[in-house]
Design a protein around this ligand. Sequence first.
Ligand SMILES: Cc1ncc(COP(=O)(O)O)c(C=O)c1O
Length: 445
Amino acid sequence: MQALPISLDRSSQGPLPSQIAAQVRELVLAGTLRPGNRLPSSRALASELAVSRSVVDRAYEQLIAEGWAESRHGSGTFVSDVRGGTARSRAAPAGPAPEQRLVRLDAGTPWGFPRQDAGWRRAWREVSVAEPPRGYDDPRGLRELREALADRLARTRGLAVSADEIIVTAGTTDALRQVLPELRPGAIGVEDPGYRAAVETVRSSGRDVVDLPATLPISALGGAVAAYVTPAHQHPLGRVMPAADRLTLLETARREDALVIEDDYDSEFRYDVAPVPALAALDRDRVAYVGTAAKSVVPTLRVGWLVPPPSLLDAVVRRRDVTHSGAAWPSQRALLTLLRDGWIDRTVRAARRVYAERAARVVAALSPHAELAAPIAGMYSAWLLPEPEAVRARDAARAEGFELNLLSTYARTNKVSGLLVSFGGTTDVELDRALGVLGAALRRG
Ligand SMILES: Cc1ncc(COP(=O)(O)O)c(C=O)c1O
């Protein structure tokens, strides 16, 4: 372990933890700190810098969250191997990169939490020694998990439901597939632009899709029997559905006797204001609430949750009892530990800090060239641009090994165009490189 050449500027506006984190980052980039080097204990560094230990803890947490350092249980905090990734991507040949090497800046990839995390390992150790249910168990999913989810929904989403009203799913589209057969015949409204997986799922159930406005009040459903919406964070444009529009939507659904399906995929990741309570909290009878672990854990866990309106609950449970659909038991059991031990809360808090910092960098780099569709939340941003410019920037990024999506690929009749720039699935270094490439391509335009 080495003493670190860090000096704090107490007259500066910058918070002390951010100053420490920034200087450690610079030491890593300069090669002064090398992968595998152990950082001083927070107690030692705090005493050296004459700050409280919590200041250093916050700085280390931030560095771990960003992937610059990793915590090894019982032995301290170590510098991660970040430069390997950068060196490899710098060495990438010009021209389209092979598919597997593309760094994805698409909307779906969340922040990569530290893989050495002790809480994560504990969850999977518990899976390995727990007794799986015999037979197919409760069609609603693992009871203790539903209890933990009920607690979390009340706490974080203002949604007071009992464990019996929650159904554990294999993710968002699984939830949608559970609800669709219970609706009377007819089309389903989906925001335009909107979530492509929902559109595909509706169409493959044999129903038509009605285009609903993504950023205007929904005051008519065009004959649709349900409206699939993302009120906490419109996907992909990013706006929060204002209170007045929420009431209009519920009123419209009541008038047309339709269901609202609320996809609440990343509502926890707000860093400007507190998360807006779930739409379902305003009308449990009219709204099917759909949540997912894809953003707070990983998409490949394939776990989500559905709170159907009371009128549909029994029918959905009965169908699941026959079809055995639902999330795999190991994933459910692991999620139970992650929730119970506070791992999810901690990860969401750490990720929020990472996202807030990255969002500011994205805005600084791209706002001279494009219009931000809505204040950034979650792990992606939507930038409005004429289609040819968006395509040029997307192609330039692709040639450098970055994959981004065009906004137009989420649109149906609405001719919106631009770029979706996610900052969840990259390292800070990769993000800065991607922003450099995008900025240069847009400047050239
Ligand atoms: C709008 C929206 N809903 C839900 C999800 C998550 O889906 P799932 O729970 O099936 O992983 C995503 C993932 O990107 C999304 O963009």
